[in-house]
Design a protein around this ligand. Structure first.
Ligand SMILES: Nc1ncnc2c1ncn2[C@@H]1O[C@H](COP(=O)(O)OP(=O)(O)O)[C@@H](O)[C@H]1O
Ligand SMILES: N[C@@H](CCC(=O)OP(=O)(O)O)C(=O)O
Length: 375
């Protein structure tokens, strides 16, 4: 069996995420020295034949300088203005830095909607594949200037995990201002590095609540959540500091490695399980849970006991067992208003309790087996 870190060293397609705190100064502005150091590491891997996508934060922090701010703005409108003023300079710095290594850069700004909507997701995937084929380094960020509070990712850790799904990456590297996940707050004496995480249960008791730098968002909580998302789809995740990026990519024993907890699914199932927006819930009886989860059959109206939320044909809905636990997710074949009268009804039009003949038209499949993912 390969040594755990060999999977990082040998990965052919890698998503590297860099946090604001690692490439910008605490009082704002791009830290060109750090940015160039990171670029050199990424370029080296490209020139060795791998494909590396960069998810870079830092637009808001970079934009603090032209806006005359010394603290990260708290309100959305100023954050958007700062991102608008900072993103151009950030990508210009990457473009210049990658050119020193003979590589071109392509800016990709994504909104949450680009990953929630299937057609947008497929489009984003096509764009990234083309950039990689043309050997252009994608530099990805959230499109902060148009994202509202309700729909934004907010932190780029989740965005990076979803990009890793989108491009079916072999590895995700999360670079931050701390060299690893620690079993207590890293500044507390006695806290020590956790080298490998093989299941999220292993770190259930670890305190990750402390927030980090003045310009970053989310702290360790969003990084662990991103690691959970990526490892569930068979992707290895390495969390370490930007200073240790070279060692991390070389497979040295640095940082915290999160090993896969699940197997890679088909691209469409990955999207359905993690990136699609859930519009409602269907509560199933025990027989339907068994059919969907164990036998992975299509869901019929007869097994549905309750419809929750307002949704339309083609929307994503969660399927719950009688205790309310989510057991699967799927693309629903009905509008909620049309499904409600069919709850508990057999395909021939009879109810599950009494095979009465009535005027309701025969019910069709609620979710086709190909449109289902089981958790
Ligand atoms: N258990 C822990 N182990 C390591 N770091 C932790 C832990 N709990 C909280 N943190 C904090 O998480 C911070 C990194 O998050 P953040 O500032 O959002 O970085 P970034 O800008 O790179 O996304 C670290 O500076 C660290 O203080
Ligand atoms: N899209 C934002 C990133 C938000 C953010 O601060 O993320 P991070 O530094 O990764 O915690 C930006 O470019 O400023």
């Amino acid at each position: 069996m390969a040594e755990p870190r060999d999977v990082i060293r040998d990965a052919r397609r890698v998503v590297v995420k860099i946090g604001s705190s690692s490439i910008t100064a605490p009082r704002g502005g791009v830290d060109l020295y750090q940015l160039q150091a990171l670029t050199a590491v990424v370029a080296k891997r490209w020139l060795a034949g791998a494909q590396v996508l960069l998810v870079s934060s830092g637009a808001i922090a970079a934009g603090m300088t032209p806006l005359g701010l010394t603290k990260r703005p708290k309100d959305l409108a100023t954050q958007q203005a700062a991102a608008s003023a900072g993103q151009g300079g950030l990508v210009a710095a990457y473009t210049t830095a990658f050119q020193l290594h003979g590589l071109n850069t392509g800016q990709v700004l994504l909104t949450a909607d680009d990953l929630h909507r299937r057609s947008h997701y497929v489009n984003a995937s096509r764009t990234l594949e083309k950039l990689l084929e043309l050997e252009i380094v994608p530099v990805i960020n959230e499109n902060d200037t148009v994202a509202t509070d309700e729909i934004r990712f907010g932190d780029n850790d989740r965005l990076a995990a979803l990009v890793a799904h989108l491009v079916d990456a072999d590895a995700l590297i999360l670079l931050t201002d701390v060299d690893a996940l620690y079993d207590g707050h890293p500044r507390l004496p006695g806290s020590s590095r956790i080298p490998v995480v093989t299941s999220m249960d292993q770190i259930a008791g670890v305190d990750i609540s402390a927030t980090g730098s003045a310009v970053g968002t989310g702290g360790m909580v969003t990084k662990v959540a991103a690691a959970q998302l990526a490892t569930a789809e068979g992707i290895n995740v390495l969390l370490t500091s930007a200073q240790q990026a070279a060692q991390a990519l070389a497979g040295d024993d640095v940082g915290t490695l999160f090993t896969p907890t699940g197997r890679k699914r088909r691209a469409r199932s990955r999207w359905l399980a993690h990136a699609s927006n859930v519009a409602g819930r269907l509560v199933l009886d025990n027989g339907a849970v068994e059919a969907v989860v164990q036998r992975q059959t299509s869901l019929l109206p007869v097994g549905v006991t309750r419809v929750e939320g307002v949704f339309h044909t083609g929307d994503t809905v969660d399927l719950c067992d009688p205790d309310g636990r989510v057991v699967a997710r799927g693309l629903v074949g009905y509008d909620s208003v049309d499904l409600i009268p069919l709850v508990g009804r057999r395909l021939d039009g009879a109810t599950s309790t009494a095979r009465s003949r009535n005027a309701t038209p025969p019910a069709r499949t609620v979710i086709r087996r190909d449109d289902l993912v089981v958790f």
